[in-house]
Design a protein around this ligand. Structure first.
Ligand SMILES: [Zn+2]
Length: 139
């Protein structure tokens, strides 16, 4: 039996390194699983074509063509760029049963995924992602 049960991600940094690399606001969301206030994120209503990458490690996570207007206050996608780009973790905090979405490359918190809400999208899933967890590179 090994003592180390923490998931190992391709990108590994110490907490001190993350604090140096990220702004305090980015750190609070990406590394402490915080949530941006709704409707304030820079990408909430963005329709610019491009690729959304992890702000912590640069891994490409979502494409603009799966982004849709959910009106929930956060950028919403119906699918990741590829299933292996993200990791799912059961989240039972705040008295809710949710599924957390993390970057599979560095383990940083991105947001949550919800399904069966009735949105008219190909998957009926809503990846509700914090703007501050991503960086948009225009096509
Ligand atoms: Zn990452």
């Amino acid at each position: 039996m090994t003592e180390n049960t923490a998931p190992s991600y391709p990108v590994q940094r110490t907490d001190a390194e993350w604090r140096e690399l990220l702004t305090p606001a980015e750190y609070a969301v990406l590394r402490q699983a915080g949530t941006e206030r709704p409707h304030i994120g820079e990408y909430t209503n963005t329709t610019t074509k491009g690729v959304y990458s992890c702000r912590a490690c640069g891994a490409e996570l979502f494409r603009s063509d799966t982004k849709f207007g959910s009106h929930c206050g956060w950028p919403s996608f119906y699918a990741p760029l590829a299933e292996d780009r993200v990791e799912y973790v059961e989240d039972n905090t705040l008295g809710m049963k949710r599924v957390e979405v993390r970057c599979a490359n560095c383990g940083s918190h991105l947001g949550h995924v919800f399904e069966g809400e009735g949105y008219d999208t190909p998957t009926d899933q809503r990846y509700c992602i914090n703007s501050i967890s991503m960086r948009l590179t225009e096509d």
